[in-house]
Design a protein around this ligand. Sequence first.
Ligand code: CTP
Length: 451
Amino acid sequence: MCLLCLWAVFLAIEIPPLRQAQGRDKEKASQSWHYYSISKQATIFTMKVALGVTGGIAAYKAAELVRLLQDRGIRVQVVMTRAAQEFVRPLTFAALSGEKVITDLFGAGAEDPNIDSAVEHIAVAQAIDALVVAPATADVIAKFAHGEANDFLTTLFLATTAPVVVAPAMNVNMWENAATQANIQTLKARGYAVVEPDSGYLACGMVGAGRLAANETIVLAVLKALRAEQDLAGETILVTAGPTREPIDPVRYIGNRSSGKMGYALAEAALRRGAKVVLISGPTALKPPSSVEVTQVQTAQQMRDAVMAHFERATIVIKAAAVADFTVRAAADEKIKRKGPMTLELEPTIDILAELGAKKGSRIIVGFAAETNDVLANARRKLESKSLDAIVLNDVSQPGIGFDSERNAVTILTHAGVETVPETSKWEVAHRVLDAVVKVRAERKAPSVRR
Ligand code: CTP
């Protein structure tokens, strides 16, 4: 497919750096949380988790959980039920988390209850990346399963769309009771993660299942819910994103339709999964994720040079950029006057991906393919001809997704098979692409597969 037909020639006398409203909102939301610098993982995330603590003997163990989550660079806001406060004082969690501990639905007890405290559960519900409830009593599990919302935690549970992890802790008979088991099944069936309790001596003197799972196990479940499994730790991933601009004269250019959102989502998702990320970005209105090494470029040639400068240390390359396929043979030094019809002479740009494929060594190389017709056949041809390990096919003839959209639907082709990702967020697509990379890496290690 020739991308020339998709190009717009922009008469770009002045191009203000537009920041999308949504990006602005996200930025504003993140300002209420300070960045936390990390100890163990040497990465800086901005993930936020609400930790719900309910009334059981194991409530004291949640104090260590706060610390362990913080060690992973996760900001923690604690929400305590009334019963939990009988076991541990809110001040303990306030001191550990450095955040206000939420203990009441309408801010009762607060010095100045107002509309902000009345809708706080909605604000927290929207700000968090996950809710973890540890320990979760039989009572709170029943309320979650039946949709009751009579305190802050149960209201937050209903109001959030973030993933939820529930770590039960209770007496063995309560745990094994058919009612509790039915409630647990309901939660699992609705997609909530349940960290099964351990077996052993319980605080009540009995022996059996019901002891809060080890904090390390709960942390792993939270990381999984956050899509931050660290399965890319040790990898250096080079991601290209956005369009390139090929100058016509000092004020005009030829560019591709690309917002850069897909590439930026890939960079952030890879970072969360433990990779070191180098982002080569064409002009976009997006803010790069913190702790990603970014090189900004304009033209295809600059993108090629930047990619080559970082290629040596990359173990994985993902080329999501919409590189211009043609550049103007002789861009004018001065602004071209509008005198009548004009003809531009274009020449092909260097195919960066093909160059990378030719010298890939042991690297995993992933390309993107924007296609409008014979989509699968064209993508497969590019997979083979550019010596790629995977190609992400965008059928750009579909309206409403792809270009400049928050959403996308793709097909991921590898040498082992084809996977369809129906319309979803670009964030989810990014994770599915990274899942495919992890799979290719595992297949390479398997003795029967040679590529
Ligand atoms: N690509 C590249 N360098 C170019 C053009 C494209 O590295 N000069 C990369 C893109 O980043 C993408 C892949 O090649 O990962 C496929 O891009 P696409 O435009 O779909 O395909 P082309 O190879 O350019 O082929 P055609 O435009 O003819 O379909």
